[in-house]
Design a protein around this ligand. Structure first.
Ligand SMILES: Nc1ncnc2c1ncn2[C@@H]1O[C@H](COP(=O)(O)OP(=O)(O)OP(=O)(O)O)[C@@H](O)[C@H]1O
Ligand SMILES: [Mg+2]
Length: 281
């Protein structure tokens, strides 16, 4: 299957998402064009085309080894691509290192790795970007900003922003990592399997927080193997199959069986719920 056969239904005129909002049709915040990446003989990504819009949660799904993490790491500056283009707000950019991604406003939230266990929540949220007043750190203003940002996400159950991250649950860590992204005015938040290790209540909290990011106008890329989570949170579902992007479709136009078909075979014979969407030959 060539990339032109991919099922692509982003932003057809008149499309609405599952919440009845128009699907964005403007310039994507992030666009991957024919992005390729190999590791020796392994073709991890082959000519991946993907558009990610502000205010939209894009779920990236695919089987083990399909290329989801490599895609994220390419956007995050960990694995520079071998071929293709990355466009940011319509302009080609080179993301060669994590700091390039950060300076564009891309924040990646990993399950455990993003935070320093031995530091407290405030220290984590300001790590490397501490506020000072004269020769002293401005602890009060940092603490206030941390508390306000966490409150604004209306999800956190942390008792004190002065507790160390080591003492937090997985869901609370996610909340802190996401709050950090919000506080630093990120435009794109990337979440790789954010709910994989979480219980029911914490998963619900992370999903609610993810929706809130999109409502604030951020773009979110959400990788998950859990289709319940995907259908609950995603506006757009993009499917990778053996390193190729085989579909990018509003979630409202898909059902679970179609996503299972796309993930396991790279195509689906079921009709997609709109006349504007095409299945690749
Ligand atoms: N650093 C690396 N060196 C060599 N091969 C790699 C490396 N990272 C990924 N790969 C290969 O690239 C392919 C895609 O891997 P990737 O980690 O993106 O899969 P994934 O879709 O995230 O899978 P999972 O659902 O298991 O996390 C796999 O074949 C993997 O073995
Ligand atoms: Mg992965």
């Amino acid at each position: 299957m060539s990339d032109s056969d991919a099922i692509d239904a982003v932003g057809e005129d008149g499309d609405t998402d599952r919440r009845g909002r128009p699907v964005p049709t403007g310039v994507p915040l992030l666009e991957l064009r024919k992005l390729s990446k190999h590791f020796g003989a392994v073709e991890a990504l082959t000519e991946v085309d993907l558009q990610v819009h502000a205010g939209v949660v894009t779920a990236l799904v695919g089987d083990n080894g399909a290329g989801k993490s490599v895609t994220l790491k390419t956007i995050a500056g960990i694995h520079p691509p071998d071929g293709g283009l990355i466009l940011w707000e319509g302009r080609p950019v080179h993301i060669r290192a994590p700091k390039d991604a950060a300076s564009l406003g891309i924040e990646t939230v990993y399950q455990d790795l993003a935070l320093c266990n031995n530091l407290d929540i405030v220290q984590n949220m300001f790590l490397g970007r501490e506020r000072s007043r004269g020769i002293f750190m401005d602890e009060d203003s940092m603490e206030t900003a941390a508390v306000e940002t966490l409150k604004s996400l209306r999800t956190t159950t942390v008792k004190s922003v002065r507790q160390t991250v080591a003492s937090l649950s997985g869901g609370q860590r996610q909340a802190v990592a996401v709050a950090k992204a919000v506080m630093w005015n990120s435009k794109l938040v990337i979440m790789d399997e954010p709910t994989a290790a979480l219980g029911v209540a914490q998963t619900a909290m992370v999903l609610a927080m993810t929706r809130r990011l999109a409502e604030r106008g951020l773009a979110v890329i959400f990788v998950s193997h859990n289709f319940n989570d995907v259908f609950e949170v995603a506006d757009q579902i993009a499917v990778l199959y053996l390193g190729r992007l085989v579909a990018s479709i509003p979630a409202a136009h898909l059902d679970r069986q179609m996503v299972v078909d796309l993930v396991t075979t790279g195509t689906t014979t079921r009709a997609i719920a709109t006349s504007t969407n095409q299945i690749g030959a």
